[in-house]
Design a protein around this ligand. Structure first.
Ligand SMILES: NC(=O)c1ccc[n+]([C@@H]2O[C@H](COP(=O)([O-])OP(=O)(O)OC[C@H]3O[C@@H](n4cnc5c(N)ncnc54)[C@H](OP(=O)(O)O)[C@@H]3O)[C@@H](O)[C@H]2O)c1
Length: 298
């Protein structure tokens, strides 16, 4: 429920205007929370008539000055292009640098920039060591954002889940694979905590607590098998049989395989202990219960 997020947050200052580039899964949720706090929020999508598109942003179209006028906060949720360029900086860097009212510029990145730590914890002081091509591109975009000297905050995310994008969709379709790779863990975060943390971080930034990089993850990195088994129990579905990773990998897409090739746990101490963000869904257990309740409502 949006109220559960909003009640933990302070509103942004009056007359704030928040532009979100990339109103996808996370972008739309952040926009909803921002609007519920009373802020004017505009979200981009690439195609006309897409749900939730307040304006169009893509490689072909210029955006009007009107969109930018009075903007105080900007967030990019758009991944790097395949050539490594950042779509927003590519087209709008000059506009951003000339926006006199900008107080905060967020960039949603990925914890993939830390690379493989063989299951060890990573925090914001861990030197990034990206190995996958897309994570190398991502780390390069993070650096480009920081080099602008705008008031930039990089928000690194692990696997994102939430209503409509969780273990339940494949379980209900009967396509879940119980890939068994002993010792493998994944960190994750519920989309409501991304939205909550973004608005929380914006207010802290204004109060001078402004770390340039913050991991936003839940408390409980977990093996995928445990997550699926928990979801199956809630949905009263039988748990599919385990498939050893060495067999499962033969039919995995290169993208899926790349996730299984890295193993790390994401530490959220900076966000939750030092900065004081209270997670709405501290682990996949409460998060999945929320996803299931939304599934039943729809
Ligand atoms: N999904 C994960 O588990 C995960 C994990 C870690 C980090 N991340 C990163 O975190 C961010 C948010 O993730 P998400 O899953 O919420 O994203 P998402 O649902 O895939 O949304 C991405 C948004 O970016 C827009 N977009 C993509 N390429 C674009 C381009 N070249 N030009 C203009 N707009 C473009 C999309 O436009 P349309 O709305 O028109 O499609 C969409 O609004 C992304 O950068 C993602 O890569 C994701």
């Amino acid at each position: 429920m949006i109220e559960d997020i909003v009640k933990r947050l302070d509103p942004l200052p009056p007359k704030s205007k928040f532009i979100i580039f990339g109103g996808g899964f996370s972008g739309q949720r952040i926009a909803s929370v921002g609007r519920s706090l009373g802020t004017k929020v505009l979200c981009s999508r690439r195609k006309e008539n897409s749900k939730g598109a307040d304006f169009i942003f893509n490689t072909d179209k210029e955006i009007s000055n009107e969109i930018f006028d009075g903007t105080t906060h900007v967030l990019s949720c758009i991944p790097p292009l395949s050539n490594g360029e950042d779509p927003v900086l590519n087209k709008l860097k000059a506009k951003l640098l000339n926006s006199k009212k900008l107080k905060w510029v967020g960039y949603l990145s990925t914890t993939g920039v830390y690379g493989d730590t063989k299951g060890d914890w990573v925090n914001e002081n861990t030197s990034p060591n990206p190995k996958q091509e897309r994570s190398i591109r991502r780390f390069s975009c993070e650096k480009k954002w920081l080099e602008t000297k705008l008031p930039v905050q990089i928000i690194r995310l692990p696997g994102i889940y939430g209503p409509g994008r969780s273990a339940f969709e494949s379980l209900l379709k009967g396509t879940t694979k119980m890939v068994d790779k002993p010792g493998q863990v994944f960190s994750r975060v519920h989309v409501d905590d991304i939205a909550g943390a973004v608005l929380f971080l914006i207010n802290l930034y204004a109060a001078g607590k402004n770390p340039s990089v913050v991991n936003v993850a839940d408390n409980l990195p977990t093996n995928n098998l445990e997550v699926i088994a928990f979801a199956a129990k809630i949905a009263k579905k039988s748990i599919p049989s385990k498939v050893p990773f060495e067999i499962a990998k033969e039919t995995m897409s290169p993208m899926a395989l790349s996730f299984w090739e890295e193993n790390r746990k994401v530490d959220n101490k900076l966000l939750c202990k030092i900065l004081g963000y209270p997670l709405i869904y501290p682990s996949f257990k409460s998060g999945l219960k929320n996803c299931f309740s939304q599934l039943k409502m729809n």
